[in-house]
Design a protein around this ligand. Structure first.
Ligand code: ZN
Length: 255
């Protein structure tokens, strides 16, 4: 839609559609698979369970990709393995096997991803590791994918802490194996996500002892779609420094 349509006085009523829960996902899968010949092995309930966080559009995409990959293999029916394949494609982006990666880079990626995966298995509150790969997918050279066992609507602090630790695991592995001089830019996205999460813990979720259960910075509602939500600063310079120090403390202790 043209953002101008959302100016006050035009379409100013908004309906929030939450992403579907497991029952919703199964229902959506039923709708999208109704015209597709499914093999007996296909269990929509299992697919719904393995796709937490998927939107209706993601599920439609998943079904479409599964049908395409069955057609490519000249299969008459879409089986469970096609769904598994397309789930990975939707979750992690398409494989880019054509990219030439040196042996050295592949080695670094393998250690980086292992760092994430080992923590995924060791941390008591982390989601189980679903799959890991060092075949480039989407924009990344490798990927470790964990999937929650159930839909999560409310996150515990210990879960969030483990989440940050898991994110820092890639960089930590690089440093252990290759030393301080051997760390790479591969951790950029991990660091970005860890920092954002730590900021939310401090500024929105009241999870910092030092700053207490307060909200820092009021969100300004975006008037136009596509505009970043701006933060209105409503605290002192001194508090600002404390917030920065606390975010740093959370991420560094996780590391
Ligand atoms: Zn990583």
């Amino acid at each position: 839609l043209d953002p101008a349509l959302l100016r006050p006085g035009r379409f100013d009523r908004q309906v929030v559609v939450d992403i579907p829960d497991i029952k919703g996902r199964e229902g959506i899968l039923k709708v999208h698979t109704s015209k597709i010949p499914l093999a007996k092995s296909v269990n929509l309930h299992v697919i719904a369970r393995g796709t937490p966080g998927f939107s209706g559009a993601d599920l439609a995409n998943l079904v479409n990709e599964a049908a395409l990959s069955a057609a490519k293999k000249n299969k008459r029916k879409v089986g469970m393995e096609e769904f598994e394949f397309s789930k990975d494609k939707v979750l992690m982006g398409p494989e880019r096997r054509s990219v030439v990666i040196s042996e050295e880079e592949r080695r670094i990626t393998a250690y980086h991803e292992s760092g994430h995966a080992i923590l995924g298995m060791l941390l008591p509150n982390a989601d189980p590791v679903h799959k890991m790969t060092i075949i480039p997918r989407g924009l990344s050279l490798g990927l470790t994918q964990s999937l929650p066992e159930t839909d999560k609507h409310n996150l515990k602090r210990e879960y969030i802490n483990d989440q940050i630790t898991l994110l820092m695991g890639g960089r930590a592995a690089e440093e252990i194996v290759f030393g301080k001089g051997g760390i790479t830019t591969g951790a950029q996205n991990d660091i970005e996500r860890a920092t954002k999460t730590a900021r939310k813990m401090v500024c929105e979720w009241g999870m910092s002892e030092k700053l207490g259960p307060l909200q820092y910075g009021q969100k300004e509602e975006p008037i136009f779609i596509g505009k970043e939500i701006a933060r209105h600063k409503d605290y002192s310079e001194k508090t600002s420094e404390m917030i920065d120090a606390e975010i740093r403390e959370i991420v560094e202790s996780a590391y």
